[in-house]
Design a protein. Structure first.
Lengths: 379, 281
């Protein structure tokens, strides 16, 4: 019996050399492999409302593209414009903006022109394929990613949906001291403008503007407080405020998902629509990556994430996104009115003319509206 | 006699001077300059335009907020000082050395937690469906509207400044000469009268400075008026945020801030001179 026969596990010299060369090659290649695996992620700066660069929204994109988002969150369009104005060009690769501020971003030269062919407009509902304010002629400057309605937000244990189906509910005596304002003049005054019968709530002549101020002042005794984002959440959550003007499902939806007895309805006088869209910041060196993000978030998969965003839910403009949403989270699709076969779904409300865009005042200056709002608060 | 500036004296005082110039005087000068700037397309443009001053000081809303804030802070300084005094007195005169040390330690603890968190937690107690009203309901009382009211603001102000006021009062009371109190008692002065005629005048400086700190802290506070007062009606700090939020009017906000600084300086000087004013003068 040979030694080899006695020790079957023993390797020949050739086997050992083969193994050694494989191990050596692997060892030599390790730095390259690890460099690829642990390459420093590319930083993408995003100026946005809170929530847009949180893990539920960006984690998948970050992993797939070796990107790390660096968000700067703002609270309101004016705040957003101020932050850009005070930053050097190229500071923000991506800018999320409400529709009424896109034109100002463009006029100030803060955003890049975009190629419409890069984005899935054909998948969008027709109403969102050429959204006003996002285009200058045929030049595109911003791509809509989500939108929402503002109506009457109410505590379902205090008032029923029928009572809440008119803005007049804010004047109901049983809500005295229990009506809150989301502290921003545009949505609040827009709602009362609708109640006053202004077909274009932000395009009011001097008489209509005066009537709007007079009507708003009559609401003051009913008001229990003026709240920021966090205060709005907590005052509805703890039942301190039973109705809230100036908001919609973007706040009550989040609370409702967590079991709070609150809801929003579009009243008979109509609702307001806000729109969020992404632009590419002027002077960015990461335009391609920014474009890739916008393509991702406007794709059906990205749209489903957007509709379910943890910070605040919203409606989505991509019809294919609606279909995917109905498959993946049907309850949320139904709750938000995004089922294609649902009566009075979000698109039907728009098509029936019950929704008006929230916009900047047309015949008055923003300062006029702001000054009045300060006087109203102090009254 | 003319005092000469020594090298050691300069070495010791220079850091403080540099600190004041860098972090108080320079920002203050910038704030003054900013108040004359203008805003064009949400961008601040250096200017020498007095419009911000005339506009802000000419508005009723500003003066309403000003007097409301002044009144709230003055009330807070008085109420919180009165509430703090029995506690500070008890710790200073009634507790043993060890118990006093523990009491001081306990009064420092609130500063370990964020003021914002403490104020938010008050909402759970003060809301209509909150803990206090739930307890009151058990004895057939309430509900009382405590949140989003002046009462709520005062609770917040007390959260912010009560521990500090107690500590400042305490350090002042500890150093009151005990022989004066004994002398008062020997002269048949009653306990209450001794407090008002001997203890309070002897600790006057500390007590007044404690009230001043309370005024300063509450005058510029933003958190309590917003989260416990519901921002209704607005104070000066809320007016500053309103002014910056819409139209990025930082120069106009600077006018409000400068008015607040001027008020605080005037109140501080008046209070300190009152504190150090000798009796009968």
């Amino acid at each position: 019996m040979t030694i080899k026969e006695m020790l079957p596990g023993l390797r020949t010299r050739r086997d050992i050399l083969k193994g050694a060369s494989v191990l050596g090659g692997a060892a030599l290649a390790t730095p390259f492999l690890s460099r690829l695996a642990f390459a420093e992620p590319v930083e993408l700066t995003m100026l946005a409302w809170y929530g847009h660069a949180e893990p539920d929204m960006v984690a998948e994109f970050e992993a797939e593209n070796n990107v790390k988002f660096k968000p700067k969150y703002y609270t309101g369009g004016d705040n957003m414009l101020g932050l850009i104005a005070q930053s050097p060009p190229g500071t923000f690769d991506l800018i999320l903006s409400d529709a009424e501020y896109v034109q100002q971003l463009n006029a100030a030269g803060y955003i890049e022109k975009m190629d419409p062919a890069d984005y899935p407009f054909d998948d969008f509902f027709p109403e969102f394929q050429h959204f006003p304010g996002h285009w200058v002629g045929n030049d595109l400057y911003s791509v809509i990613t989500r939108f929402g309605f503002l109506g009457v937000a109410f505590n379902t244990e205090a008032i029923n949906e029928k009572e809440a189906s008119t803005y007049n509910v804010y004047w109901d005596q049983k809500l005295k001291g229990k009506v809150g304002h989301f502290d921003w003049h545009l949505p609040n005054l827009g709602q009362i403008s609708l109640l006053n019968g202004n077909a274009s709530p932000y395009d009011t002549d001097a008489a209509a503007w005066q009537a709007l101020q007079d009507k708003t002042m009559t609401l003051r005794p009913q008001i229990g407080g003026f709240f920021d984002y966090g205060g709005t959440f907590s005052s509805l959550q703890n039942g301190q405020m039973l109705a809230m003007a100036g908001i919609g499902d973007w706040i009550t939806g989040t609370l409702e998902r967590n079991g709070a007895k609150v809801r929003s309805v579009i009243p008979e006088e109509g609702g307001l629509q806000f729109t969020e869209s992404f632009s590419i910041g002027k002077g960015t060196t990461k335009g391609d990556l920014a474009k890739k993000w916008i393509q991702y978030i406007t794709s059906p998969k990205g749209q489903v994430k957007s509709a379910n965003m943890v910070a605040y839910p919203c409606l989505i403009p991509n019809e294919k996104g609606w279909k995917l949403l109905a498959e993946e989270t049907p309850a949320e699709a139904k709750r938000q009115g995004m089922l294609l076969d649902q009566s009075n779904n979000a698109m039907e409300l728009i098509r029936k003319g019950r929704i008006k865009y929230r916009q900047l005042p047309v015949q008055q200056s923003l300062e006029d509206w702001n000054d009045f709002w300060s006087e109203y608060k102090a009254a | 006699m003319r005092k000469s500036i020594t090298f050691y004296g300069l070495t010791l005082s220079l850091p403080m001077l540099v600190w004041q110039v860098l972090f108080f005087l320079a920002p203050l000068i910038f704030l003054v300059a900013l108040s004359f700037w203008t805003v064009q397309n949400f961008r601040m443009v250096p200017d020498l335009n007095p419009d911000n001053w005339t506009r802000m000081l000419g508005r009723g809303v500003f003066w309403q907020a000003y007097f409301r804030t002044f009144l709230l802070s003055t009330s807070a300084a008085i109420v919180i000082s009165v509430l703090a005094f029995p506690c500070a007195y008890a710790v200073a005169f009634k507790l043993s050395e060890t118990a006093r040390r523990w009491a001081i330690f306990l009064m420092v603890i609130p500063f370990f937690t964020s003021y914002l968190v403490r104020v938010y937690s008050w909402q759970i107690f003060l809301s209509d469906n909150g803990i206090i009203n739930a307890l009151l309901a058990k004895v057939g009382l309430g509900p009382f509207g405590m949140l989003n009211s002046v009462f709520g603001v005062m609770v917040g102000y007390a959260t912010l400044s009560l521990p500090l006021v107690v500590l400042l009062q305490l350090f002042s009371l500890i150093f009151v000469d005990r022989t004066l109190i004994e002398a008062a008692h020997n002269l048949r002065c009653g306990r209450l009268r001794t407090v008002f005629e001997v203890v309070i005048p002897a600790a006057k400086v500390g007590l007044v400075i404690a009230a001043l700190f309370c005024f300063i802290l509450t005058f510029g506070d933003f958190v309590s008026p917003l989260y416990l007062g519901g921002g209704d009606p607005p104070t000066l700090s809320i007016l500053i945020t309103d002014t910056t939020k819409s139209g990025q009017q930082w120069p106009r906000a600077a006018v409000i801030a400068l008015t607040m600084i001027a008020t605080l300086l005037a109140v501080a000087f008046a209070t300190v001179s009152f504190a150090y004013r000798e009796r009968g003068r």
